[in-house]
Design a protein around this ligand. Sequence first.
Ligand code: PMP
Length: 398
Amino acid sequence: MTSLNNRVSLMDINLSAEFRSQLESLKRAGRPIISLNVGEPDFNTPEHICQAAIEAIEQGFTKYTPVEGIYELREAICTKFREENNVEYTPADIIVSTGAKQVLANALYAICNEGDEVLIPTPCWGSYPEMVKLIGATPVFVNTEEPGGAVLTADKIKQHITDKTKAIILNNPHNPTGAVYDRELLREIGNLAHEGNFYVISDEVYEYLAYEGEFFSMASISSDIKAKTITVNGLSKAFAMTGWRVGYAAGPKQVIDAMRLIQSYTTSNMNSISQKAAVAALSGSKESVDHMVREFDRRRRFIVQRLQQMQGISCLTPRGAFYIMVNVAAFFGKSYKDCMIRNSMDFSMYILNETNVLMSPGVIFMAPDYVRISYSNSLENLEIAMDRMEKALRLLTD
Ligand code: PMP
C-alpha cells in the first residue's frame, strides 16, 4: 500500500468523533439514547442571528470574502474585546476562521517548529495534543490531578518549562473540569510566558459560561502578557452556533499575519453567510445568551446535587463551561452479569448498555479515573439520566 504521512500514524483515534457517529446509528436503530457526551449547547441559534444569515443569502452575499474575514466582523470583534474584556485590538490584529478549531490549528502551525514543546495542562480537551502532534511539535503534559480534583498552579507549569517550550495552551473556563481561573493565576502563568519567551494560546470559547468566579481574558492582565497571548474564541458555545463554524483569534500582528498566510493557502475565508450571522450575534441583543447561561446554571446545580448523593461517586462542583468530571474509580473491579468494569471506557459502555445514557470516558481527556458528563441537555432528560444511572450503579457488585 502507498504509505501515509508519518504524523497521521502518531495521532490517536478521535473517540469523540467515533461516539458522535455511533450515537447517530444507535438513534437510527431506535435506541432512546440520552446523550450527555456532546460538547454543544442544546439551544437553537437565536432568531435574529438566523435572520441575518437569511438576508445575506437573499442579498447575494455568497462569494469569497477577504481571507481574514470582512472588516465589519473584525470591527465587531474589536468592540467586543474593548467593551467586554477591556483589551484594545484593531481589525488588523484579528482573523476569523472556520471554528475555534481551525484557529487553534492555524496558530500552532504559525508558531511551532519541529521539536518545539507545547505545554498542555491535563485533563484537557482531546484535540489539543493531537493537533500539536500533527504539526510536528511535542505535547508536554502538565498533570493537574489532586486527590480531590484538578488544580492548576503556576508552579506545576514551571516544572515543565524548557528551552524548547514554544507555547502553553490554556483553556478558561475549562473543558472538561469546569474550572474558572482567577486573575492572579492568569497573571502568574502569563508572566512565566513573558519571562520564558513563549506564547500563551488562550482558548476562551466558554467565556460566557462562568457561573462562579469572574472570567478574565488573558490578554487583559498586562501589556507584557498581551504581547505573548494569542486569544482564541468563537461563537459555537456562546451563541449556540456550533454548525456555523465561527472562530476568531486576536494576537501579535506577526502571528496573525502568519495565520492569514496559512489560511490563504488552505481554506481561504470562513463561510461568508456565517460572517454576516456573526456580526449580528456580536452586535445584537445578548438576551438569549443570558437565558442560556441561567439555564445551564440551573442544570449544573441539579446535576451536582444528584451526583453527590450517589454511593461511590465523587465530583467537584464545576464553576464554568457545561461539563462535570465524575470520579468513577470506586467502581473499577466491580461487575454486573458478564460485564466487568476495569476502566472509564468500560464504565461508559456499561452505563450506555444498561441505561441508554451516553457519557464520555475520561481517557478522551487524559483523566482515566473519570467520566465527563455534559449537562447541555434538558432538566427532564438530566433527571431521567440520573435516575437510570443511580439504579445501574446499585447493580454493580465486587
Ligand atoms: N476549544 C474547546 C475547549 C472546545 O471544547 C471546543 C469544542 N468542543 C473548541 C475549542 C472548538 O470549538 P469550535 O466549534 O469553535 O471549533
